[in-house]
Design a binder for this molecule. Structure first.
Ligand code: SF4
Length: 241
């Protein structure tokens, strides 16, 4: 059974949610060259990219190539570009920072402490994200309220700590809505979702989840629940972490 067969179950108000998502994407497009979709290449972001392409919205699409992604995730970039005739910009960490960190702490530093894990996320994700968003007035994410307790209050749009508008157009979608849309429209997706990985990050830090486990249980599974964000979407008194 693949992920579509397993999860596709539209909620009663799916069409209403889709209409609100499209309205948000059109509002985001009004930022012109100032807006970017920061795609994780996960199921939610693949839905957003498909809608951007379908609506022919002038919204750039970009992703973080951390140097630790699974091969199927990297392969999905090319498949998505080919499907929609668009280019996905890749933002990678600075070579010198990675070499320095790995030389000092080793390839498996993320398993040694939360601080080292966060340091790895800072240099492989946060610094490249800051370059991706540099000069932008708005960005688009695939955050959904259902994904975790920390995300339960995610608004459909907000002002981030740098004054940019952050659009979360799938905030109210369920996992069933996401897969219904993917199945209905043939959206290309990461085959790791078929291998029970609902939330896909870097290869060392993602595992499959068991039936009944939380959506993000396979991310940094060795850490306490409270530590489980990479910092891309965490606010600390107005400062990104
Ligand atoms: S998810 Fe893991 S490998 Fe990726 S940047 Fe964070 S700690 Fe490093």
């Amino acid at each position: 059974m693949n992920a579509v067969e397993l999860h596709a179950r539209p909620s009663a108000d799916h069409q209403g949610k889709l209409a609100r998502t499209l309205a948000l994407l059109h509002a985001a497009a009004e930022h012109g060259a100032g807006v970017v979709q920061a795609s994780s290449l996960g199921a939610e972001d693949q839905v957003i990219t498909q809608l951007i392409a379908r609506e022919r919205l002038p919204i750039a699409v970009a992703t973080l190539d951390t140097g630790k992604l699974h091969a199927p995730t990297l392969e999905l970039i090319g498949r998505t570009e080919a499907a929609y005739g668009l280019q996905i910009a890749r933002f990678a960490p600075r070579d010198g920072a990675v070499v320095h960190f790995v030389t000092r702490h080793g390839e498996r530093a993320m398993f040694e402490s939360v601080d080292l894990r966060k340091a790895c996320c800072a240099l492989r994700k946060l610094e490249p994200l800051s370059r991706m968003l540099d000069g932008r007035s708005a960005w688009i994410t695939g955050l959904r309220r259902e994904q975790s307790q920390q995300r339960a209050e995610v608004p459909t749009f907000e002002c981030d700590e740098h004054g940019r508008t952050k659009f979360n157009p799938l905030a109210e979608w369920t996992w069933g809505d996401v897969w219904h849309h993917i199945g209905t429209h043939g959206v290309p997706y990461n085959p790791l979702h078929d291998a029970f990985m609902p939330s896909i990050g870097c290869e060392p830090c993602t595992r499959a989840v068991a039936l009944g486990e939380d959506f993000r249980a396979g991310r940094w599974w060795w850490e306490d629940e409270a530590a489980k964000e990479c910092g891309l979407h965490v606010k600390h008194q107005g400062v990104a972490a």
